[in-house]
Design a protein around this ligand. Sequence first.
Ligand code: KG4
Ligand code: ZN
Length: 360
Amino acid sequence: MADRSETGAQGAPSASKLILAIETSCDETAAAIVNGEGQIIADVVASQIDFHARFGGVVPEIASRKHIEAIAGVALECLYQARAVLEAPDLKWSDLAAVSVTYAPGLVGALVVGVAFAKGLAWSCDLPLVGVNHLEGHIYANKLASPDIQPPMVVSLVSGGHTMLVEVKDWGNYTTLGSTLDDAVGEAFDKVAKALGLGYPGGPLISRLAEEGDPNAIKFPRALLHSGDYDFSLSGLKTAVLTYLQKEEQAGREWDTPNIAASFQQAVIEVQVAKARAALEQTGAKEFCLGGGVAANPALRAAYEDLCAEMGIRLTMPPLKACTDNASMIALVGLARYDQGRFFDYTCDVAAHTSLDDPY
Ligand code: KG4
Ligand code: ZN
């Protein structure tokens, strides 16, 4: 059931301007419904993680197939939730104001499933279609924690596919300050976890182990820490961890997994925080937000709490379940674009790559 308190709104939610959102860009099949006041009325996420875990990462072909299997049931469950929350047992798809859907970026075959479903539903009920950029969704997820946040702000987007620092001059007006030159942060967590034999996804497993380890036990490299720009590089750190593991093995020593996890995590966090500090100083923004699965990392969140307290910056972090992929965040962008009258044609296509900086 959707937690309406997260939206900050009081009283029974209204059934005005209901917008359905569909999200299938990676390995979560998700649907949500938002009302005209920005309250999340329903929120359903079906994760495919168990199907990908044995391969140590998301397999695009499996993702597409699982989305096809799940999408109708997830959307229907979302409608049922909305009926219960709104006490409207007769609520039907044609009562919606619009259908919004993630159209980019992501796995093409996965995106296609959500967009085809959204198109079909919108067309059959004669509803407008709203296309949403997934990364913009991660930025809007912060509204679930602080409905009143306002640009200018700096956002760190850290997931399995992205590592970016973004300047938000206004809603819809984004400048990417820097991004990863190779692996994404979440990808590095996943690869290091795999090398340690921990399983997939690696982020939560490493962060849990790191709590028992010493972050200063092993000095792993802090790539691009002093590069003077906002770019990141994670592949060298990953290789450094792998080399360390091999050396320990050759020396006949057992891995101290908590210390390795904590030291790896610390190397990631130090660079993330240093670049965020520089971006806040350069832009003069007084708001800092996070987005993406890695934003659920407790040590990273604590480090940003310290940074923002020290700098006098307001920090907003999405609720934990809204850090990873979900449709509530897509619904919030859908509502904003609906209010601006920015609709997609039923003939629209998906895109694997898009720049957040390009208006759409
Ligand atoms: O945003 P997301 O659900 O999917 C995309 O990649 O778009 O992010 C998933 C990523 C995975 O790489 C996962 O290992 C990482 O987020 N992650 C974490 C934590 N929880 C999830 N990384 C570090 N610490 C965590 N607690
Ligand atoms: Zn994502």
